[in-house]
Design a protein around this ligand. Structure first.
Ligand SMILES: Nc1nc2c(c(=O)[nH]1)N[C@H]1C(S)=C(S)[C@@H](COP(=O)(O)O)O[C@H]1N2
Ligand SMILES: [Mo]
Length: 417
């Protein structure tokens, strides 16, 4: 008991030093760094990140934003924006620092089934007219941990902080493709975006994603060079990132190096089997993570409509009496959000929240609703609806899926008053 308490009293840094030292004695050289990394705080993994970020995977710099930090900003600053990378990057940590954009001679290759393939320099892109898009960036796995109430799903156990409201600026994609005069073949059906990052072994897939060339979402897509008014930090995909407003995080390819116009989708595992959602409801055990095919599933493209409670949170310890419930709501931007309903009594009585304007169709709307907290447990919930009648399931577990994507069940916060 005393020993356990003693361990808890160690700072994370001291704990890291201890585990690093211990690993150094028992493991081969080189492994000690990994063991060391396991106990690092966000700012030690990525320069400039808030040390209070929740670490899901230190080696891949996967980290989520506590809602206490997320709710303080209309636009999510780089210091608290969640992060997700797929490939370990030994020796590249400095490159991923949030404060520095990489100083390399970046080239975007544009090719595929085109008569005139191109190579475009970053400097050329910088000279082209730019547009701004505020858009929610959200990992498709955001909220994955809540599926555990049915059956736990492998992967980062994200709560609600795998998202942020971000301003991107860059070159409109469709205009860029037109201006390039690529002369694509009539058989072109898919646009594929490839990132610079590489899997650690040759058997691994590169990170690349494909989009239906006619998808209206591409009408608003940009080749982004700036995030929140400055060059995109390396860790968030700088110096060049494809931003498709309203699409889940994985569709927004970081470190963009290539655009391909093809008749088929990318064979990358991140397109063909990963980041997909089953076409029909599935039960645990009946459909497994290895069962995805292009026929029985679709990629996680646009955000499912979603709302999240930012306040009060249990740590705010609001007392009994009147309370203002606040939060955010967003969807894929294809239709306006028309209402957010909130309750403080587990759904017996609902109140219509005041939904404030969003910075763009793809940004989140702040909302607030008045309710009263009683003695004991108060079950807060919220549900958003849009002009297409799309709404959130009261029970998000009905959308359980083996990879735990697209959680959008009614958000729930329990407050003891
Ligand atoms: N090249 C590349 N792009 C990528 C990824 C990646 O690992 N490599 N991860 C994707 C995933 S799954 C998400 S959720 C977002 C995360 O963006 P962020 O780290 O800027 O928040 O980037 C996406 N784009
Ligand atoms: Mo993600």
């Amino acid at each position: 008991m005393t020993r356990k308490t003693g361990q808890f009293l160690l700072s994370r840094r001291e704990f890291a030093v201890l585990t690093g030292a211990a690993a150094g004695m028992t493991l081969a050289p080189g492994f000690s760094r990994l063991a060391f990394a396991a106990a690092e705080t966000a700012d030690q993994i990525v320069k400039g990140k808030n040390p209070a970020m929740i670490i899901h995977n230190a080696k891949l710099a996967v980290m989520e934003t506590p809602l206490e930090l997320l709710r303080n900003h209309a636009l999510t600053p780089k210091s608290v924006l969640f992060n997700r990378l797929h490939f370990p990057h030994e020796g590249e940590a400095a490159w991923y620092a949030t404060t520095d954009a990489p100083q390399r001679d970046w080239t975007l290759q544009v090719d595929g089934l085109v008569q005139r393939p191109r190579e475009v320099k970053l400097a050329d892109l910088q000279r082209m007219p730019q547009v701004k898009r505020v858009s929610v960036m959200q990992c498709a796995g955001n909220g994955r941990s809540y599926y555990a109430a049915k059956q736990k799903v492998a992967g980062g156990q994200w709560k609600n902080g795998g998202m942020g409201n971000v301003e991107w600026e860059g070159v409109p994609l469709r205009k860029f493709l037109d201006d390039m005069k690529l002369l694509p073949a009539p058989s072109v059906r898919w646009l594929t975006a490839e990132g610079w990052d590489q899997p650690p072994t040759p058997e691994g897939s590169d990170f690349s994603k494909s989009y239906d060339i006619d998808d209206v979402a591409l009408d608003h897509a940009i080749l982004a060079l700036a995030m929140n008014g400055e060059p995109i930090p390396a860790v968030h995909g700088g110096p060049l990132r494809l931003i498709i407003p309203g699409f889940y995080g994985n569709m927004n390819v970081k470190f963009l190096t290539r655009l391909l116009l093809m008749s088929e989708q990318s064979p990358s595992a991140y397109q063909s089997v990963g980041y997909r959602f089953p076409n029909h409801p599935v039960e645990p055990g009946q459909f497994k993570a290895g069962d995805y095919t292009p026929q029985n599933s679709r990629p996680t493209y646009g955000h499912q409509i979603k709302s999240v409670i930012f306040s009060p949170l249990p740590a705010d310890r609001p007392g009994r009496g009147p309370v203002e419930i606040t939060g955010v709501a967003f969807n894929d931007g294809l239709a306006p959000i028309t209402s957010v309903q909130a309750t403080a009594d587990g759904g017996k009585t609902w109140v219509a929240a005041e939904v404030k304007p969003a910075a763009s169709p793809w940004a989140w709307h702040p909302w607030s609703a008045r309710a009263t907290l009683g003695a004991g447990e108060n079950n807060l919930m919220c549900i958003a609806t849009d002009a297409l009648g799309r709404t959130q399931p009261t029970d998000g577990l009905t959308r359980w899926n083996p990879r735990g994507y697209e959680w959008n069940g009614a958000d729930r916060v329990v407050i003891a008053a």
